[in-house]
Design a protein around this ligand. Structure first.
Ligand code: ADP
Length: 234
């Protein structure tokens, strides 16, 4: 429809502007990061007295650069399309878990796995990892007082296409139906300073680009299950 066309044109325009701005921000950040180290060396012993301040600047500059990277990835996903390979989901999931091990332990979260999938998926490994890690980190955030994280993979057909599903389920805070409606909206976050609201929209872009889909089922106060469906690699 005309409305959808206008919407997609608007989104494309926003993407162009965002990518431009993100590129512009990248250069000054690199200069700040480089010079911060130089200043620290010049100040020498006195740097110790300003340790907290240096660390704060470091952290915040790092945060800006991460947001910019995410913005670019969101606005220009095609520039980030990497090399695509066939993967067993269980292997990729296994590679993700060490990255979040400290968070899982700190939050007292038990991990349950069920790797039943026999099919392979065609995807860039880093991207698939990024999607899974993103879902797992969100699940951890949803369980501040501990809980159970269940990661399953199983063969499943969708729209008469052969494929497989990777499921990330938590026993966390869950979401109201209104919230569920918004989770894939760019910049939607309930995490204030800590969130960017780009994790899920980026995940969605990466998954749909491979011909897959990502969906969510959630119950307020009970928990949330995110499902990634991907077509089977030929
Ligand atoms: P961010 O994590 O930076 O906020 P996301 O796009 O990854 O960005 O998530 C958007 C929002 O969706 C989160 O702020 C949170 O409100 C909600 N959300 C995502 N995953 C979960 C989950 N497992 N349980 C409850 N809420 C979630």
């Amino acid at each position: 429809t005309t409305k959808q066309l206008i919407m997609s044109e608007k989104l494309a325009a926003i993407g162009e502007i965002t990518a431009g701005v993100a590129h512009e921000i990248n250069n000054p950040i690199a200069v700040i990061q480089g010079n911060l180290e130089v200043v620290r060396n010049i100040v020498g012993d006195k740097a110790e007295a300003a340790r907290t301040e240096f660390r704060l600047i470091d952290e915040q500059v790092h945060r800006i650069s991460q947001i910019v990277t995410k913005l670019l990835q969101f606005a220009k996903p095609e520039e980030y399309a990497g090399y695509v390979e066939r993967h067993a989901p269980a292997t990729v999931i296994s590679d993700c878990l060490p990255l979040v091990q400290h968070l899982l332990a700190k939050a007292n979260i038990a991990v349950v796995r069920d790797d039943a999938a026999t099919r392979l998926v065609l995807m860039n490994r880093t991207e698939l990892q990024q999607v899974i890690v993103n879902l797992v980190v969100n699940a951890i955030h949803a369980m501040p007082d501990g809980g159970k994280l269940t990661i399953r993979s199983f063969d499943q057909d969708f729209d008469r296409r052969a494929g497989l599903t990777i499921e990330v389920a938590d026993t966390g805070v869950g979401m109201s139906p209104e919230l569920v409606q918004k989770v894939f909206d760019p910049f939607f976050t309930t995490k204030r300073q800590q969130g960017t609201g780009l994790g899920l929209p980026i995940s969605q872009t990466l998954v749909t680009r491979q011909g897959g889909k990502i969906s969510v089922v959630s119950t307020s106060g009970k928990g949330t299950t995110f499902s990634i469906w991907l077509p089977q690699a030929e």
